[in-house]
Design a protein around this ligand. Structure first.
Ligand code: DQA
Length: 151
């Protein structure tokens, strides 16, 4: 499956830089750099262009969404804790009118009650949860399928 001209912005939110170290039973033992490498390799295989950014700051993520609005064909985002309350992040995603796939390393639906609620989910095409870093690879495939269906 090769998708020409597909450009995906991949965003990791707060604390995801500690993936591999932080609560490994929940988030896995693989460092974020290795997850990113796996995403890069898959993107190359699929023939798509990606940009990856991790930030602990809501505003930096919002800036990246706005700045890439003309470049990107879609956004894959793990908003971390912002998932559960950031109306500003949600507004930014809505504003740029790009398809969004929400990713979570852990199965948020099998955890605390407050993690079951996402303000991002209603404006996303779908969620990939509980598959660790491989969820981003799944999200890339979903995005290709989605964009190709639209064209
Ligand atoms: C997370 C789930 C969130 O609830 C949490 O705040 C995170 C990580 C995940 O990838 O499973 O920081 O987004």
């Amino acid at each position: 499956m090769a998708a020409t001209n597909l450009k995906i912005l991949i965003l990791h939110g707060p604390n995801l830089n500690l993936t591999g170290f932080r609560e490994p039973d929940l988030y896995g033992k693989i460092p974020l750099e290795d997850v990113d490498e796996q995403i890069q390799n898959e993107a190359q295989k699929l023939g798509i262009e990606i940009r990856i950014l991790q930030s602990n700051h809501e505003g930096v993520l919002i800036d990246a969404i706005q700045e890439n609005r003309r470049w990107a064909s879609g956004i894959v985002i793990n908003p971390g804790g912002l998932t559960h309350y950031s109306i500003s992040l949600r507004d930014a995603l809505v504003s740029v009118r790009l398809p969004v796939v929400e990713v979570h390393l852990s199965n948020v639906h099998a955890r605390e009650e407050f993690r079951r609620h996402s303000v991002i989910a209603p404006i996303s095409v779908g969620q990939v949860v509980g598959f660790g870093g491989y969820g981003y690879v799944m999200a890339l495939h979903s995005m290709i399928n989605l964009v190709q269906e639209v064209v």
